[in-house]
Design a protein around this ligand. Structure first.
Ligand code: FAD
Length: 106
């Protein structure tokens, strides 16, 4: 359905942009805040079958919050798990920073 796709594209944009603005050396509060955000995001995501699988993914693959690089990679892997699930090609996670921080047109 188109709204699941539009919602998805907008949501990944928000999530990866948050990762690109996450500190290189996050303190305990910053790590806790992002962990809670991801958990609540998964709980409240307004596509129920997406949310169901994403919650399960997060339980099995806890967010890695120790640095911007680690969180960015974790999020890229999480996005790839959805790509695989819906038959889209995997994204090369070596390029996540270039895509979402330094930026290229999409
Ligand atoms: P998107 O997958 O939305 O990606 C947007 C852009 O991000 C791409 O153009 C690319 O430049 C970049 N990108 C792609 N992969 C990565 C990556 N791994 N890391 C970093 N950047 C990347 N749809 C369903 O049909 N079923 C589901 O179960 C489902 N679950 C979802 C769960 C979540 C939490 C979210 C946020 C979305 C989910 N979606 C689901 C939507 C789906 O992931 C896509 O957003 C949607 O299909 C639109 O795809 P798109 O081709 O526009 O690119």
């Amino acid at each position: 359905p188109p709204d699941v796709e539009q919602l998805g594209k907008a949501s990944w944009s928000l999530l990866h942009t948050l990762a690109a603005r996450y500190p290189n050396e996050p303190n305990a509060e910053q790590q806790s805040d992002m962990g809670q955000f991801i958990s609540l995001f998964a709980k409240l995501y307004p596509c129920w079958f997406c949310a169901k699988d994403f919650k399960k993914y997060i339980e099995e693959n806890k967010p890695v919050l120790e640095s911007q690089e680690k969180f960015g990679r974790w999020l890229c892997d999480a996005h790839n798990s959805v790509n695989v699930k819906i038959g889209k090609p995997k994204f090369d996670c070596n390029l996540w920073r270039q895509r979402w921080k330094d930026g290229w047109d999409n």
